[in-house]
Ligand binder design. Structure first.
Ligand code: GAL
Length: 698
């Protein structure tokens, strides 16, 4: 065993090199550029371990890294995990897989980064498939051996004895390891996010409502579907086309199918004129009928998928071929983004379709590595097309890895378990990921509403009707409720946009699990009976079980009701909380029991919370347009919120063209006063007149 030697690479971020690392890594592929100033603003911090506490050795050609683990520690993250929040006691095999139906660690976007409840983070920057033993192994030489228990007599016997170490096994000749200081868990995540370039800032339209049309839809059908939103007065910003827009798909040509779309430019322009953006579905496998096929043939892998090429997008010439064609055929005529499907791949369960690990690529990268970063490569390439045009995009992707923080993509899945979807939303914030619990279909009106409520409070509010042909108004008996959900999404846009701006500028994830913040967790010493949580058999404390409520921005706590439920328990952190819909006050610091009718998504607002709302417009304001704000202040504490004000569409903010507009509420004997900070002369603000509302006073 050799102790690792650490060098500081940014304030509160250290790196150690183990063996000889490979060149292809998730961080390199993502192009992550640390936000040095923002990291500096977080301040220096002490290395969170004893200097020689982390060690490595080579076992059977694999790097084994050992890190200490304290008895009460909980471990979070490791990517888009659907099955649990606290990973302590589990062995996580971090392979990219489109069918993550078992609790193995495999998922669409495994991220070799975890954070600890003790307030630090660890990243193992590898494009290989690492295995993280999160306190699931015990060494003979352990200084803290587990208590031996006799299963025949002792009811406290545990399947996984308490371990004092994390072991990470990487099948590679070497690897980079990073440690991120806190001191809090949230600060460790913020440092990771900022080190990866800061969070993505979606264009304003990305935060509107999304609708994906059916696989075989033609231009007229798509236009009719889009116009139905306008006729019925439902907000909608983005129309997504599914595979049938290609002249051939599975594998893809990326070219418009002439019989369905005779005039692509006219079609896209008509939608743009009517306030819709167009998002195109694609997968990475290139059809022999594609114009770019000959250019890609020599820079593609040894195997095919669905008969299509698997391009080696680590090669500049392959990237250029795809980017030029996409630019000319899609982006130049007004297409606003992509849905990058099937860059994950399946071979464990269900259908089998992926290039195998033994695939060879011209760059020398092998199939195993390529699979782990394929989604990242795709995200990066397509994001670059838009960045070069000074145009922001926002889209969908089925695979990710470390470093995807600043890439403008939201993950989704073919899985459809609603509780897992909400758990994934909680978990996404630990790993610099965005996730949509997309709505596809509902067996009942109740399910339709419950899913709609959640997706409208997520990073992307989307109805994916590619197979179902569903419309929001499909269940007439709940139509007003569904309309109200979509309208609330639109109204919340200034608040959501502010939360995303913080993600970009200071690394705070806009959607967060309760466990991400010490002040929001139940004290781990709280007696179980008091908080009424089901303890995870493998985790020592109550927080591991909170996987069904989450924070949006700093002030909103969302606790969804699932189909069949009219009541549930909600963990309310210390302080007063207020019902978003009524202003009713709830005392925090414990578990409360709530009941809720179908029309109500339970949302609680923190005392002093400021929630700016805009009108439920048909679509998001365009650059240069401003909206009036109805600003709600909840509770009795003073409050403050930094609104982000820019053109909402370009990268001008990266060049300094933006303003923070401070919304502030102060309290005097005479009552409450709300203010918004002014803008400099000549600044075209996205926010117009402000009216204040006072909720939950007294
Ligand atoms: C799936 C994807 C769906 C839909 C479908 C079209 O892989 O998850 O959202 O796009 O492909 O074939």
């Amino acid at each position: 065993m050799t102790s690792l030697s650490w060098s500081i690479v940014a304030p509160g971020v250290w790196r150690a090199i183990v063996g000889t690392p490979e060149a292809l890594t998730p961080l390199a592929v993502s192009g992550a550029t640390p936000r040095v100033e923002a990291l500096a603003a977080l301040g220096a911090a002490d290395f969170p371990f004893a200097p020689d506490a982390i060690a490595a050795e080579v076992v059977s050609d694999k790097q084994v890294i050992r890190l200490p683990l304290a008895e009460e520690e909980e471990l979070f993250g490791l990517g888009l995990q659907f099955m649990r929040v606290n990973q302590r006691g589990r062995t996580r095999y971090l392979r990219v897989n489109s069918d993550p139906k078992q609790d193995t660690g495999e998922t669409h976007a495994p991220v070799p980064f975890y954070v600890s409840s003790r307030g630090y983070g660890v990243l193992v920057n590898t494009a290989r498939i690492p295995t993280f033993y999160c306190g699931s192994t015990v060494r003979k030489d352990s200084a803290h051996p587990p208590v031996l228990r006799d299963r025949g007599t002792d009811p406290n016997w545990q399947a996984t004895p308490t371990s004092d170490l994390v072991e990470v096994v990487v099948p590679a000749p070497g690897v980079e390891v990073y440690v991120f200081a806190g001191p809090s868990t949230l600060e460790a995540v913020r440092r990771y996010n900022l080190f990866c370039g800061g969070g993505t800032l979606p264009p304003r339209w990305g935060l509107g409502f999304w609708h994906r049309t059916m696989l075989t839809a033609n231009a007229d059908e798509v236009l009719a579907e889009a116009r139905a939103y306008r006729e019925r007065g439902y907000p909608c910003d983005v129309i997504g086309l599914e595979p049938g827009w290609h002249s051939k798909s599975y594998p893809c040509t990326y070219e418009w199918r002439a019989d369905r779309y005779p005039d692509p430019a006219g079609f896209v322009q008509t939608l743009r004129d009517e306030g819709f953006r167009v998002n195109l579905w694609e997968n990475p496998y290139v059809s022999p009928d594609a114009r770019i096929y000959p250019a890609l043939e020599s820079s593609s892998g040894s195997h095919t998928v669905w008969g299509g090429l698997v391009p080696d997008y680590t090669q500049p010439e392959a990237r250029a071929a795809l980017m030029q064609q996409h630019e000319a055929d899609h982006v130049a005529i007004g297409v606003s983004g992509y849905k990058l499907d099937e860059c994950d791949g399946s071979e464990l369960t269900g259908a089998s379709w992926i290039f195998p690990p033994q695939t060879t690529f011209p760059s020398g990268v092998d199939g195993e590595q390529m699979r782990q970063v394929f989604g990242l490569l795709f995200q990066r390439m397509t994001a670059d097309i838009f960045h070069q045009r000074d145009q922001r995009t926002y889209g969908l992707v089925r695979a990710g890895n470390a470093g995807s923080v600043s890439l403008p993509y939201v993950l989704y899945s073919d899985l459809y378990d609603h509780r897992q979807f909400v758990r994934a939303l909680c978990n996404s914030g630990f790993s610099g990921l965005l996730w949509t619990p997309e709505l596809r279909h509902g067996d009942t009106a109740e399910e339709w509403v419950r899913r709609m409520q959640v997706v409208c409070l997520s990073p992307m509010a989307m109805l994916n009707a590619w197979a179902s042909g569903s419309k929001p108004w499909d269940f007439p008996e709940v139509e007003p409720i569904v309309r109200a959900c979509i309208e609330l999404r639109m109204r919340l846009q200034p608040y959501l946009y502010a939360a995303f701006a913080r993600y970009a500028f200071d690394g705070t994830p806009p959607f967060r699990a309760m466990a991400l913040e010490e002040t929001l967790r139940p004290a781990s010493t709280a007696p179980v009976s008091e908080v009424d949580l089901t303890i995870d058999a493998y985790g020592p404390s109550a927080t591991s079980a909170i996987d069904d409520q989450f924070l949006v921005g700093d002030s909103l706590l969302v606790a969804p009701l699932f189909t069949g439920e009219r009541s549930r328990s909600v963990w309310l952190p210390a302080g007063d909380w207020f019902d978003f819909h009524t202003g009713e006050r709830f005392g925090g610091g414990g578990m409360i029991s709530i009941t809720g009718d179908l029309d109500k998504l339970p949302i609680f607002v923190r005392d002093g919370g400021i929630i700016p709302l805009m009108p439920a417009l048909a679509h998001s304001p365009r650059a240069g347009e401003s909206v009036p704000l109805e600003v709600r202040h909840y509770g009795n504490a003073p409050g403050r919120l930094e609104l982000f004000d820019d053109d909402g569409e370009t990268f001008a903010y990266e060049r300094g063209s933006y303003q923070w507009r401070t919304l502030e509420v102060t309290r005097a004997d005479t009552g409450y006063t709300g203010s918004i900070s002014p803008v400099p002369d000549g600044w075209l603000s996205a926010y117009g007149e402000v009216s204040w509302q006072w909720w939950g006073k007294g």
